[in-house]
Structure formats: C-alpha cells, structure tokens
Design a protein around this ligand. Structure first.
Ligand code: 4AD
Ligand code: MG
Length: 441
C-alpha cells in the first residue's frame, strides 16, 4: 500500500496505516531476530521495530546511533503495559540508510555523562544539542518567545528591530564590546532601550527581542557575553503602572508556556515542582531588602553589614529570594548604583524609580525603570557617569521634541529559562553559549 510521509509528531494520526518517516537513530537495541530503534526527528520520538528479514539483513548490524534512516512501515498502538514514545510502534517493512554515522560520537548525544568535562561538552555543543534535555530546553525557549510575543500582541505593543552595532553605551562602559566600524569606534549593543525610547512618539509602546552583548569578566552561573534580551518601552504611565505591567507580562507568558501542548509537558518534566507565579508579586524596597539581609546575617561584598548605597551582589540576592521563595519586585535603588537614565523618586531624590524582578533559584531576571524626562536632568546624569553626550544627540532630542513620562524594562531570556526549566546555569539555556573565553562552536 501507499505510504503517507509524515513527521514523527504526526505519526499518532496514522494508526493502522502505512507511513514513511525519516529521522536520526536516537537509541538502538539489537536482539536476535529483532532490532528496536528509537527514532528522532526533532518533533518527537518513535519506536521502530525491525523484525524478520529486515533484522537479519547485513546492514542492520552496521547501524549506529545518530545515523539517519528512512523507514516505511505500519503504525501500531502498543498494548497496555508496553511503553514507547507516544504509545505506538512503527512496524517496519522496509528501510534505507541515508547517512551512516561512525560509532563513538553517541556519547555526546544520548548519554551525556553527568560528570563529563563541561568544556569538552561545550566543544561538542552541536552534538549535545541532540540530547533530550538540551533539545527540550530549546523547545521551551521557542515557546517562551512565542508566548511573550502573543502577550505583547494582546497589549497592542509593536515589535521593532533596533541595530546591534551602535556608538552609545547603556549599562556602563566596563562591559562594552568594541569593534572597528570602517575605522570608527563602535560597540555591540548592551541594550536596545535607548532606541526603543525613540520609537515611542512614532509607534507608541514598543518591544524588541534582540541579542545584547556584555563583556562580563567574571564567570558566574547567570552571565553570558551574548544573550537574548526581551525589552519593552511604554509611555504615559506611572512607576506603579510599570510594575503592574511587568508582573502581568511575566504571569501571562508563563501561563501560555504551561498551557502549550508541547512546552507545558516539557516544563513539568524538567521542573516537576515548578510553581506558576501569581499576581500580585511581593513588592520590596531596596532599603527594606538591606534590613532583611542584615537581620539574616548576610554580609555585603566587604564582609560587613549592608549600608545604603551598597550593591546587592548575586549571592546575597539569591539567598534572599530563595529564602522568601516567591517572586519579588525589588524597587527604589540608589542613584549611584543604577544607570544614568533612571528617574529619581519625587519623595526621595537619593533613590530611583527602578525595579529588578527576582525569582527563586536565579535572582534577577528583569531590570527596568522610569526614565528621566527633563533635558537638564539627563545632561546631569551623563556628567555624573562621565559620558560624553555628543553621541547621544538623538536620545537627548527625545526630551526636546515632546518629552513624556515613560519607562521600560529588559528580561533576560536565558535567566527566565533557567528559572522555568530548573537549569543550574544560563549556559544550559542558550543554543551556543558565549561567555568569558568561549566563542565556539
Ligand atoms: O538589568 P539590565 O542590565 O538592564 C538593562 O539593560 C536595561 N537597559 C533594560 C531596559 O530597561 N530596557 O539587563 C536586563 C536583564 C537582566 O535583568 C538580566 O535578566 C539580563 O538582562 N542580563 C543578562 N543575562 C545574561 N547574561 C548577562 N550578562 C546579562 N546581563 C543582563
Ligand atoms: Mg540589572
């Protein structure tokens, strides 16, 4: 009978029918008179049974993991008690080898050893990517991006694509990657925020999903040199509106990821005890976070009690959010430890209308703020940070030609995924992670 060509995720629709499938040999068990193959094509897995002449054939004994094959056969539902992916088996009547893989490389795919040298595994990323865990995280990642685009769409926020090659900094000169741009100095963007601000008068509220680059010198669990930055900018709103918007976007996005028929089950598999965040998040001011840290005996970077103006470093931040074990909107950071563009609080000019969203196990996943509206105040901000405002004329113009109260934020895609999929490091949430010293494959 004729065979219907199908992807593995659709095989389930052809029970009792003859199909043609293609894929990579994910697992292989050769027995006398039988061969069991778990085939993978990226959409799903399926068990293929070769028996009789097919199993006896000379070439069956040469099959290796990661070889590609084309298989014709009939889809059969497995009886209760027998387990295989999707509860079905493809009983093959014919197959062909498309590309025979050498034996040995499978160690990097199916059976990635827990204690293998991480740098060796990263060198073989193109192969480890084929493994079940990493490919699951990448599917959740795709769903996360799809879901957040859906949320922005529902909020009538317009997507834009700002440039990656720029001549301005956003988050401090120390993490800039420089490049020679036809003989001029340029950088890889640290954040698209300033460009998003220029879109407000033209397009209304906007967002982008764009790579950001940071020359982070330290090795940490949550810093990459290149990461996928989801940023949004909104005008004519208050700081409180911004906080409500941020928590709503996060809650809705996670809800969509969990409702999705592909990513929902994957999250539950990767992170069985994951608790979906609920509205509203706990709000906590920076000053009260310092009190909490001091009451709990956690020290600052100098090993002393926290005092106003101290940065809350990664370890302390994580300790606090892990202990409280709920999402936290941490607000009102001091001017000195935040960026030049942040608006000061009307009731206390020592602090800013700024927010970090902290999640258990990861800490900061989002940073945002209201922006300075007044031209003079912005110029003072540049001066304080020692930034030459010349290259920022276009950003400054936003305050000249119809300024507005506005604010926005950036979400780190890999950090959200580390939290959602329970990965120890953001490196496990990036397709080809770049961090200090690594720029391959
Ligand atoms: O807190 P950050 O530096 O804020 C900004 O860049 C703002 N200009 C965003 C805005 O308001 N439009 O970065 C925002 C988020 C962080 O909360 C974190 O999740 C992520 O980006 N992030 C990183 N993720 C991975 N590796 C790094 N080196 C990161 N640096 C920041
Ligand atoms: Mg930040």
């Amino acid at each position: 009978p004729a065979a219907q060509r199908t992807k593995l995720a659709k095989v389930i629709n052809f029970i009792g029918k003859r199909v043609l499938v293609h894929g990579w040999i994910h697992r292989l068990r050769l027995q006398k008179g039988k061969a069991f193959i778990v085939l993978r094509d990226g959409t799903e897995y399926i068990q293929v049974l070769l028996s009789g002449d097919l199993a006896e054939a000379y070439q069956t004994s040469t099959l290796t993991l990661e070889s590609t094959i084309a298989v014709y056969g009939t889809v059969e539902k497995l009886p209760e008690g027998k387990t295989a992916p999707q509860g079905v088996e493809l009983v093959a009547d014919y197959y062909e080898i498309v590309g025979l893989a050498p034996s040995g490389d499978e160690a990097f795919t199916n059976k990635v050893q827990e204690n293998a040298d991480p740098s060796l595994l990263l060198d073989q990323r193109h192969l480890t990517l084929r493994g079940e865990t990493l490919s699951s995280v990448m599917k959740v990642r795709a769903s996360l991006l799809r879901s957040i685009r859906r949320v922005y769409d529902e909020l009538s926020i317009t997507e834009v694509t700002p440039p990656c090659m720029v001549q301005t900094q956003v988050e401090g000169g120390s993490t800039l990657f420089s490049l020679n741009y036809y003989g001029q100095d340029a950088y890889l963007t640290q954040s698209s925020q300033l460009y998003l601000e220029t879109c407000l008068p033209a397009l209304g509220d906007v967002y982008c999903i764009q790579e950001s680059f940071r020359a982070e010198k330290s090795h940490t669990r949550r810093h990459l040199s290149e990461y996928t930055h989801i940023e949004a900018e909104l005008s004519f709103l208050t700081f409180d509106d911004l906080l409500t918007h941020i928590e709503t976007v996060i809650v809705k996005t996670i809800q969509y990821v969990l409702e999705d028929p592909i990513s929902g089950p994957l999250v539950r598999q990767l992170h069985p005890e994951f608790v979906a965040p609920k509205l509203p998040f706990r709000r906590m001011e920076y000053i009260h976070a310092l009190e909490w840290l001091n009451e709990n005996g956690i020290k600052n970077e100098d090993g002393e009690e926290f005092k106003f103006g101290d940065d809350i470093a990664e370890a302390a931040e994580r300790k606090m959010v892990d202990t409280l074990n709920v999402p936290i909107l941490l607000t009102r950071f001091p001017v000195e430890i935040k960026s030049f563009y942040m608006k000061k609080c009307a009731d206390d000019p020592r602090v800013t209308e700024s927010v970090d969203v902290l999640m258990p196990t990861v800490g900061e996943i989002t940073g945002g703020s209201m922006r300075i509206e007044s031209l003079d105040e912005l110029v003072a901000g540049f001066k304080r940070e020692g930034i030459n405002p010349e290259a920022y004329y276009w950003f400054i113009d936003q305050r000249k030609y119809g300024t507005s109260p506005h604010g926005g934020y950036g979400l780190g895609t890999e950090r959200i995924l580390a939290w959602l999929c329970k990965r120890f490091t953001v490196r496990d949430c990036s397709l080809y992670p770049r961090f200090t010293g690594r720029c391959r494959p």
